[in-house]
Design a protein around this ligand. Sequence first.
Ligand code: SF4
Length: 154
Amino acid sequence: MLEIAGYIEESLTDGPGIRSVVFFQGCSRNCKDCHNKSINEKGKGKKITINECFNMIKKISNNKKITISGGEPLEQYNNLLKLTKKLYENKYDICIYTGNNLKEIPKELLYYINYIKVGYFDNKKTNVELNYYGSKNQKFYKIEKGEKICLKEI
Ligand code: SF4
């Protein structure tokens, strides 16, 4: 089962375009300036199956652009990968927000997604001019897939 904290149907700040966002429950990193502290405790979210989550996304997303955020989605990696594969097979444009660094992201996951935001939020490095994230230590990549997977910072 997946544990989620909730969703929003339309966002302009969680990746390119108008995107629906699903928030995974739980993050054990415990960053001091976390903007989502209320959803970081595991066991306090809603438990749903991969199919239930997929059907929920189908209902809330009109344009098939979906961002998976948290919490820390990679702390539910097996279920994240299953959900992502299902979304990929159904031709969704997929973005993942993680507090992990790029080196910590499994290569397999990158194959199925279109964008990734990496790095935790650091209040001392806040920059309001950044498009899809809040602090300068974070990075946002578009994933281009040819013979090799190629990440382009945007
Ligand atoms: S990694 Fe992100 S969600 Fe997790 S505690 Fe840090 S800022 Fe919050």
